[in-house]
Design a protein around this ligand. Structure first.
Ligand SMILES: [Zn+2]
Length: 475
């Protein structure tokens, strides 16, 4: 039996526009009191009329362009009906058969090979409110601050082949959304929410798709899909006699992810599109994106995206891994690009990834890091001392020069000063000198170590190395 995992993702992204999707209410509800950012439109009062947010549409089109999608000639909003207390109108304004963008792809790096994941569509809708269930109370509270927040939905083709690929896809997409500056795309805060459809193809025969919900972090997406992949494969490989009431079988359903228990559980059997009674939204006119926007201009306005950044970083000399780590993180990339104006790319990347990333990168001003790295580049301070200085910089925010003066760090860089110390070490270590001249290269390492000890690590090891070789060759 040949089993193949097939995953498709539906990703909802809250856009950080100033106002909501169809009214003028403030869209930033992060610290607002419940139901303080609402009006008659987003509370669904009868007789009110929605007006579409132009910026939200523009950002959706930009996302489509970034994902290589086709921008529709004709698009419109539709009503999607369902009844739930967080949806005051009894329907959600969404898009059904005429989304703003269709087709396209996003290229991801799946274990060293580039793979294009197809995009089915990108459309725009409104978010629902939030239900709050106070602990120990027998009632539920409704907060409509979020009702009407612009929500962009990105649907992939079922072309993702593993849970780890799904995680990589979402990380790459999040990076693009941040570069476009249209969403904070923080999964933990619900700006970016992901549902997944997963099925197992048996001998090239299509499997039964199961939808997974409630995955609120990258880690959860991967864990939930790994669990579900195994659950389905086990059911296929060891089928019990379901007719006799043994075991279970894979059914088309929605399952939730319980992160504490580490398993998925059945929520409900899946609705079909006809259950939603979709029909065109009569209160909003249909829309011709190519007439309302200059699509060519939008394309030109796109920032450099992570894939292009990676390639550029590799071209200026970064190892592939380092290029990937920096390019996917917008703030790290911006930081790197400032530093690299003055410092060699490899040195900059090395320090940003290995020394700063773990300490919270932006806690040192890039200009101060440049000052430190320039000293290393010129060989004025050793790697060991520079890490000590960095530690003080992280604690105090001081410039490296100040710290060098305050700590009385003597920079032993001049050949004169070092020359004397080296001669001293050579005269004290006859055996190593003889060994070195007899071809034992490791003896040189020992002598460098002695000089470093003598200078309390304040000499530049490369210069010491060079001077030692010169002297040992001469005498
Ligand atoms: Zn409103």
């Amino acid at each position: 039996m040949n089993l193949k995992t097939v995953i498709g993702l539906e990703i909802h992204v809250q856009l950080k526009t100033k106002s909501k999707m169809f009214c003028r209410c403030d869209n930033n509800a992060e610290n607002a009191a419940p139901n303080s950012l609402v009006c008659s439109i987003c509370m669904g009062m009868p007789g009110t009329l929605p007006v579409a947010n132009k910026t939200a549409i523009e950002w959706t089109l930009k996302t489509g362009l970034a994902l290589n999608s086709e921008i529709a000639e004709f698009s419109r909003f539709d009503r999607k009906h369902y009844f739930y207390p967080d949806l005051p109108k009894g329907y959600q304004i969404s898009q059904y058969d005429k989304p703003f963008c269709t087709g396209g792809f996003l290229e991801i790096d799946s274990e060293g090979t580039l793979k294009k994941i197809g995009i089915r569509r990108v459309h725009l809708e409104e978010d629902a409110g939030k239900l709050v269930h106070p602990v120990g109370k027998n009632f539920t509270l409704v907060d409509l601050n979020r009702a009407g927040t612009p929500l962009m939905e990105i649907v992939t083709e079922p072309e993702i082949a593993s849970p780890s690929e799904a995680k990589i896809f979402i990380q790459e997409l999040r990076s693009i959304l941040r570069y476009l500056d249209i969403s904070d795309a923080d999964m933990e805060k619900g700006h970016l929410r992901c549902d997944a459809n997963i099925s197992i193809e048996v001998d090239k025969k299509e499997g039964i798709p199961v939808e997974i919900k409630n995955m609120n972090s990258f880690r959860m997406v991967e864990r939930a899909l790994l669990f579900e992949e195994k659950r389905q494969k086990d059911l296929l490989e060891k089928p019990l006699n379901y007719a006799r009431g043994e075991g279970e079988k894979i059914i088309k359903e929605t399952r939730g992810w319980d992160d504490a228990k580490g398993n998925t559980y059945s929520q409900r059997s899946k609705e079909f599109a006809q259950d939603y009674r979709y029909f065109p939204e009569p209160d909003l006119p249909p829309f011709a994106p190519h007439k309302a926007f200059n699509i060519e201009q939008l394309k030109q306005q796109l920032p450099e995206l992570p894939a292009a950044k990676r390639l550029r970083y590799i071209k200026i000399g970064l190892p592939v891994q380092d290029a990937a780590i920096i390019a996917i993180d917008k703030s790290m990339a911006q930081y790197f690009e400032k530093v690299v104006q003055k410092v060699t790319p490899r040195l900059a990347a090395n320090w940003i990834i290995n020394e700063l990333k773990s300490n919270g990168i932006l806690s040192i001003a890039p200009d101060n890091l440049i000052l430190l790295l320039e000293k290393i580049d010129k060989g004025e301070i050793s790697g060991k001392i520079s890490k000590e200085i960095l530690g003080v910089m992280l604690d105090t925010g001081k410039k490296p020069e100040e710290i060098i003066v305050e700590k009385g760090i003597k920079q032993i860089g001049s050949e004169d000063e070092l020359g004397q110390i080296i001669e001293n070490i050579i005269s004290k270590n006859d055996k190593s000198v003889i060994d070195y001249r007899a071809g034992k290269k490791e003896a040189l390492g020992f002598l460098v170590g002695q000089v470093m000890r003598e200078t309390k690590g304040q000499a530049n090891p490369q210069i010491v190395n060079k001077l030692l070789i010169d002297k040992l060759a001469k005498d």
